[in-house]
Unconditional design. Structure first.
Length: 57
């Protein structure tokens, strides 16, 4: 999954733009837990989001 697709998915579900990479990371984690994205896609998103400043809690 590309980061752009995650952002689009976030905008559709939340009706606003993400304010920080951590917000997208939380959304990606939720999508993974719900089984909407694969572990491979989740790991790729995690790498990209960490490059953009996201940190795990």
């Amino acid at each position: 999954m590309k980061i752009e697709r995650l952002i689009t998915n976030f905008i559709i579900s939340k009706s606003h733009l993400p304010t920080h990479a951590n917000v997208l990371l939380d959304h990606a984690r939720k999508e993974y837990i719900l089984g909407k994205i694969s572990i491979k896609d989740y790991r790729e998103l995690l790498q990209e989001l960490s490059k953009r400043g996201a940190t795990l809690p």
